[in-house]
Design a protein. Structure first.
Ligand code: NAG
Ligand code: NAG
Ligand code: NAG
Ligand code: NAG
Ligand code: NAG
Ligand code: NAG
Length: 413
């Protein structure tokens, strides 16, 4: 492929006299020196001696072409030596005509902003031909399923409910991927295989907001959903019409049903609130009475997902509690989070991943998984509570004066 030739470093050693080579050497040296200057604390300044001379050399070379810059060199070095203040340093570095763009993403400040590719996508490309002609069809939406091969028929039925306006991404928890090629659509799908992980583990690692940014809507779905009465294009029309940033299809009451809010209403297109059992909702606009979707089949706009992604904790993999938290990501939550009744699904609840847990002390594997789900839920709620308290304390606001988002929802199920 496209490999670079000789490295700049070897050239420095061999022929230090030619102007071009000095420029290369100086550039390498000053980048190197700058990195050292940024990363080493003041104590180890001995190591900067070589750097200083290189930076001065850079100024000298520059002075032949521009103004007299030996003065700049002297001035610029003192804060490098004396100051721990990074912004000081960087500003003074830019005095040396070095590129430094503070508004660039962290770590990319030395690049000209015009070259930055901040977002990516899942669009496959060709190995030859013009890059500009690679993409003949650009999908607008993304659907992911976390799957085991045992559920192939269900997933096949589900994928067929999504038009080719969707990128299909499968997360395989059982290591089987090529087996899926019996389905025509599988060759177009993106396959990610990591054994025995959960949907939220994959989502955190493979659905970074800047990777999924081209997709207007992102479906993050389980594998055990009955989709007979569901059509994805129609669903998108409805969430657009009703301004839903976070949504899910309603659940048919013949399947598993945990909350009143997600139960299908036959007389409408969407609904956004309900009444729960007495004592469950501190506020009719808050979960689980409103502003709430379950974790099995959520649909996010890319902006809502950008927020939710940041809320997902790396060690809490089952996602319990996330459903109560998503309301913090859209405003006003009770209007922008809703259940789509006209396109609905059946939660069949086949706990196939649950059965892959470790069986401990002779108890069934799913019990261990369930216990962990509940433990994660309390951990998540506690972290959220503490983080909010810390925020208000920092702002000098009495937290007891702030409306609680979800009183008493911790650890209940
Ligand atoms: C830096 O190099 C100079 C010679 O160029 C030397 O006199 C000085 O001791 C060195 N400083 C440190 C801190 O090593
Ligand atoms: C550069 O500055 C030094 C002292 O700061 C001075 O002696 C020298 O003449 C200047 N050179 C040019 C080309 O201006
Ligand atoms: C660092 O420099 C910036 C701007 O020069 C200043 O606002 C900030 O207070 C400084 N920080 C420290 C720790 O000196
Ligand atoms: C894909 O999206 C376009 C534009 O929204 C729409 O016209 C088209 O009907 C969609 N394709 C399918 C199969 O629904
Ligand atoms: C709540 O805020 C009000 C002012 O908005 C203040 O008068 C009251 O003392 C606060 N209550 C507590 C418990 O801090
Ligand atoms: C722009 C900037 O921060 N320049 C600083 C460079 O370093 C000198 C000290 O040598 C400071 O006085 C300047 O403020």
């Amino acid at each position: 492929m496209c490999k670079m030739g000789n490295s700049g470093r070897s050239l420095i050693v061999r022929r230090p006299n030619e102007t071009m080579i000095i420029l290369v050497a100086v550039f390498v040296g000053s980048v190197f020196g700058f990195l050292i200057g940024v990363s080493l604390p003041k104590l180890s300044f001995t190591k900067l001696n070589i750097t200083s001379s290189l930076i001065c050399e850079f100024s000298d070379v520059g002075s032949k072409m521009r103004s007299n810059s030996s003065q700049i060199c002297g001035d610029a070095l003192s804060p490098l030596i004396e100051s721990e203040n990074n912004s000081h340093r960087s500003q003074n570095m830019s005095d040396l005509q070095k590129m430094w763009v503070p508004s660039n993403p962290k770590g990319a400040e030395t690049l000209p902003p015009g070259i930055l590719a901040i977002e990516s996508d899942f669009f496959p490309r060709r190995l030859s031909g013009k890059p500009s002609e690679d993409l003949t069809h650009i999908p607008k939406y993304l659907v992911t399923f976390t799957v085991g091969y045992d559920q192939k028929n269900n997933i096949d039925a589900a994928v067929k409910k999504f038009s080719d306006n969707f990128t299909v991404l499968l997360f395989h928890y059982d290591g089987k991927t090529s087996e899926w090629d019996e389905f025509e659509w599988s060759k177009r799908a993106i396959h990610v295989s990591v054994p025995k992980q959960t949907k939220w583990w994959y989502a955190k690692r493979f659905l970074h907001p800047s990777i999924v940014a081209p997709y207007e809507y992102i479906f993050i779905w389980d594998e055990d959903l009955g989709v007979e009465h569901f059509n994805a294009e129609e669903y998108i029309k409805l969430v657009k019409k009703h301004g839903l940033e976070i949504s899910q299809p309603a659940l048919d009451p013949t399947g598993v049903l945990t909350w009143q809010l997600t139960k299908r209403r036959e007389d409408r297109e969407v609904h956004k609130e309900t009444t729960e059992r007495p004592g469950w909702c501190s506020d009719p606009h808050l979960p689980p009475c409103a502003a709430f979707v379950e974790i099995m089949a959520p649909v996010f706009t890319r902006d809502a997902w950008r927020c939710v992604w940041h809320m997902i904790q790396n060690d809490l993999v089952h996602g319990w509690g996330i459903d109560f938290g998503v309301q913090k990501c859209v405003e006003p939550a009770h209007e922008k989070i809703g259940i789509v009744d006209a396109q609905w699904i059946v939660h069949q609840s086949v706990p196939s991943l649950g059965n892959q847990g470790e069986s401990e002390n002779g108890q069934a594997a799913w019990r261990g998984v369930r216990e962990r789900c509940q433990r994660e839920w309390s951990m998540f709620s506690r972290r959220m509570e503490n983080a909010e308290k810390a925020y208000y304390k920092d702002k000098g606001i009495d937290p007891s004066n702030v409306t609680k988002s979800c009183r008493g929802c911790r650890g209940r199920h």
